[in-house]
Design a protein around this ligand. Structure first.
Ligand SMILES: *Cc1c(COP(=O)(O)O)cnc(C)c1O
Length: 232
């Protein structure tokens, strides 16, 4: 077994175990491999192990990698690219042109620009609203009180498709505190789902907290370190 195979097996086993603990089907939890700062050859190894969904944080770095991969005949099947990093309004165009998803939308202006810049020949851009669940001023994301309004504005933009919410919880060793935040996110997700039937994505859980996230209803975990190693 290759090193990459071992890493990915261990992550998928963790997901399966966490799902089984709460009688959930592991098929309902999408694994997003977060490849930020990692080179194309590592993405290729993960691709060869069957991964097709990749998350990136930095516009220039990711667009360079995506172009290389599009030109590389080793990648035969489509890959789905998710932008999950902070996005400034002057950098939206390359994201609208090269990604399938943006999970870090936190204000209307960014959504409007992505909507305008999404090329007409491509399908709608899938959107998750990033929610600042811990209320920390230093964290990106829209507040709990604003998320429903932002969702309503985004759902009116024709080139975007509202799929759900994404969040990075506060870093804490206190599992109860963490799971309380995940539960709150799950509640907003349900609320949104009741209004917008196409909403199907609750993106929460990273290498350090995927078990709690899955317990609280996550449908997508974003895993970097446990697949590709630490980023120093
Ligand atoms: C880097 C990053 C991840 C992956 O984090 P790991 O702890 O390495 O698994 C997930 N989500 C977002 C938004 C990130 O920026």
């Amino acid at each position: 077994m290759t090193h990459m195979q071992k890493k990915i097996n261990s992550v998928t086993q963790k997901i399966a175990y966490a799902a089984a603990q709460v009688q959930r089907n592991a098929d309902q939890i999408q694994l997003l491999a977060v490849s930020k700062t990692k080179p194309v050859n590592l993405i290729k190894q993960a691709y060869h192990e069957g991964l097709r969904h990749f998350g990136e944080n930095y516009v220039q770095e990711s667009v360079e990698k995506i172009k290389k991969i599009n030109d590389d005949s080793d990648f035969k099947e489509p890959i789905y690219w998710y932008f999950i990093g902070p996005l400034q309004s002057n950098k939206t165009r390359p994201v609208a042109e090269h990604f399938d998803w943006v999970q870090s939308v936190e204000r209307l202006k960014i959504a409007q620009r992505l909507n305008q810049q999404r090329p007409p020949e491509l399908p709608q851009l899938n959107i998750c609203l990033q929610v600042n669940i811990s209320g920390e001023a230093s964290k990106s994301g829209t507040t709990l009180s604003q998320v429903i309004e932002l969702a309503s504005q985004v759902s009116d933009l024709p080139r975007l498709k509202l799929r759900g919410i994404m969040a990075i919880p506060e870093k804490t060793e206190n599992i109860q505190r963490l799971e309380k935040q995940f539960d709150e996110l799950h509640n907003i997700y349900q609320e949104l789902k009741n209004i917008y039937p196409e909403v199907d994505t609750l993106s929460m859980g990273m290498s350090g907290d995927l078990e709690s996230a899955i317990k609280c209803g996550s449908t997508m975990v974003r895993i970097g370190t446990d697949i590709f190693g630490s980023r120093d």
